[in-house]
Design a protein around this ligand. Structure first.
Ligand code: ADP
Ligand code: MG
Length: 243
């Protein structure tokens, strides 16, 4: 469903991702690890279409269509979802309005405010967000935990085909991590969508259990393995891999 071939991405004329190739089959769970600054967020943001990144070579097909020439909203409509590492605050826009607009943009389906609110409350219940959260300003002053719960709630609401989660585990305590992971795993198994989980920690992967673990280093994927690769990194660090 996602086929990245020989991708090179520059930020301010500096190549960050170099000749990277990665294939994600439908319904599979992948983890992407790599030390700070290795380019994980750059890859995720460029796939979603953030304009500050220049694609200088390579291709990326999503569901058979070239992703890299698609406007950002077409990427989202085709079923690509990104939970960014640092979602920008949208002052003056309430969470409910944000979700309703996003839903309309994604599905072009007209749903009444009351009916949509029911769906939102159901998603919030699943991730243990209080209903009053709909009145907060979108992404403004969210705690680490609220951010992550809100991202998973959006996955429940928008039902993407591929969800990229950029460090969804930072800012979550152990209990919250377990609970959010459980909801995510249940949804993944129910709908069998694909997941690309960017993380530093084995703990999240222990709950979500990826089929593939990739390590990004010097701009491309230098190692791929199973969950045991994440365990090795946890014990020995990236240095232990001798990439
Ligand atoms: P990771 O997510 O693996 O920690 P990033 O993709 O955030 O790595 O960063 C990779 C490199 O690209 C870093 O050197 C970083 O400084 C640079 N970079 C990428 N995006 C930006 C940005 N929006 N602003 C400043 N530097 C950036
Ligand atoms: Mg990052």
């Amino acid at each position: 469903m996602l086929e990245i071939a020989d991708l090179t991405i520059c930020f301010q004329n500096r190549p960050i991702i170099k000749n990277l190739s990665l294939t994600i089959a439908p319904g599979t769970v992948h983890a992407l690890m790599g030390s700070n600054g290795s380019g994980k967020s750059t890859l995720a943001s460029a796939l979603m279409g953030y304009p500050q990144y220049d694609i200088v070579a390579g291709s990326c097909r999503f569901e058979g269509k070239e992703l890299l020439t698609m406007p950002i909203e077409h990427r989202a409509r085709s079923g690509l979802f990104l939970a960014p590492q640092q979602p920008p605050a949208i002052p003056g826009v309430q969470v409910f309005t944000f979700l309703k607009e996003a839903h309309r943009m994604l599905t072009q389906e007209e749903v009444s405010v009351t009916a949509f609110k029911e769906r939102v409350y159901e998603a919030f219940d699943a991730v243990q967000l209080d209903h009053s959260f709909v009145y907060r300003n979108a992404h403004e002053g969210f705690s680490g935990g609220e951010k992550k719960r809100f991202e998973v709630a959006q996955i429940l609401l928008f039902k993407p085909k591929l969800a990229i989660l950029d460090e969804i585990d930072s800012g979550l305590d152990v209990d919250a991590l377990k609970q959010v992971s459980k909801v995510l795993t249940l949804e993944q198994q129910k709908r069998s969508f694909s997941l690309l989980i960017i993380t530093h920690y084995r703990r999240l992967l222990e709950y979500v259990m990826p089929e593939y673990v990739h390590v990004l280093s010097q701009g491309s994927i230098r190692a791929t393995g199973s969950y045991s690769l994440a365990q090795k990194i946890d014990q020995e660090g990236y240095d232990g891999l001798c990439l």
